[in-house]
Ligand binder design. Structure first.
Ligand code: PBG
Length: 323
């Protein structure tokens, strides 16, 4: 029944009316806040391109986690900057590495807070690539062994969820095997299943000191042009034993979040990456965008597309607005 019988503006007239018919609601429990852990004590260094986000030593991370928990945020995901880097990424799977120490401290001081760990090598290799370099490229199957050891060391330290972000073939299977034979069959895997070789990771690479020293990540991360291949990546990760999957970045790939939501009946996460955050922050600081509205609109759009879980640097300010 078209106009003049139908007038969609009737249900938009007041905030009470809009609130009644709103389809998408945000909840702090759906957010996961990325944290960058550095060696030392008493360190809290703001990341210049990511205002309000810091590189923190373990003692400061613990304080941050108490605040995150008080805000009702779903959890944290940890990234580590090791004391030293080498060709073999040994800091990534060191039982006493920076992330492993942070997990134990958070477990102790903020029990009950969900701890996710990023399983990757790029912060730990001297060359900044995500694995073992052979003939100028990342060697898939050697890298799987490092990833399995890293995930196991995170589980041993007390991680709730391990999240491989390297984009090697077969990593979910390799990690699942390593966890299961060591008695960690209850630890779920959140696979960065459709992770693209994106320009939007720029600020993160400053934050995590993980820019590749040569070349780029296009021989392992996905081509931004490929949507069907993203569905295949997700299907394979689920066959290998992933419990949840992720699309990353989020806003430039909302179509793929939506397709994944229709095709796969598992929890779907999206990573609103550093560049997505920094763009909004920069525009807001210039007075070109309203910070709070742009933040909430971006998070709402990602949720509406179908990602119930959002990894976001906006977790704290968004949770405060929702309180
Ligand atoms: C590690 C990793 C990256 C991000 C998350 N895990 C960087 C990369 O792949 O280069 C990016 C997150 C962000 O930009 O916020 N491989």
């Amino acid at each position: 029944m078209p106009f003049p019988i139908q007038r969609l503006r009737r249900l938009r007239a007041t905030e009470a009316m809009r609130s009644l018919v709103r389809e998408t609601h945000l909840d702090p429990a759906q957010f996961i806040l990325p944290l960058f852990v550095v060696p030392g004590e008493g360190i809290k260094r703001e990341i210049s391109s990511m205002p309000g986000n810091y590189q923190m030593s373990v003692d400061q991370v613990v304080i941050e986690c108490a605040e995150v928990q008080a805000l009702g945020i779903g959890g944290v995901i940890l990234f580590g900057l090791p004391e030293t880097k080498d060709e073999m990424a040994s800091g990534a799977y060191d039982e006493n590495g920076i992330v492993q120490r942070a997990i134990r401290a958070i477990r102790r001081e903020a029990p009950g807070l969900l701890i996710v760990t990023d399983v990757c090598n790029c912060e730990y290799t001297s060359h900044g690539h995500c694995g073992y370099i052979k003939d100028g490229d990342v060697d898939n199957d050697t890298t799987l062994q490092w990833l399995a050891k890293s995930a196991l060391s995170h589980a041993r330290a007390g991680a709730d969820i391990v999240a491989p972000s390297d984009m090697m073939d077969g990593r979910v299977w390799a990690i699942r095997q390593a966890l299961d034979v060591n008695g960690f069959e209850k630890v779920p895997i959140l696979a960065y299943a459709a992770k693209f070789a994106s320009s939007f990771y720029g600020p993160f690479r400053e934050a995590a000191d993980s820019a590749p020293a040569f070349g780029d990540r296009r021989s392992y991360q996905m081509d931004p042009a490929n949507g069907r291949e993203a569905m295949l990546e997700i299907a394979l990760d689920l066959q290998e034993g992933a419990d949840m999957i992720m699309v990353k970045p989020a806003m430039p790939y909302l179509d793929l979040i939506s397709q994944a939501r229709q095709r796969f009946d598992v929890p779907i996460a999206a990573y609103q990456v550093s560049g997505e955050f920094s763009m909004i922050m920069a525009a807001a600081r210039n007075g070109w965008l309203d910070h709070d509205r742009a933040m909430m609109e971006s998070l709402t759009s990602i949720t509406r597309a179908g990602a119930r879980i959002i990894l976001t640097y906006f977790a704290k300010p968004a949770a405060r607005l929702l309180a």
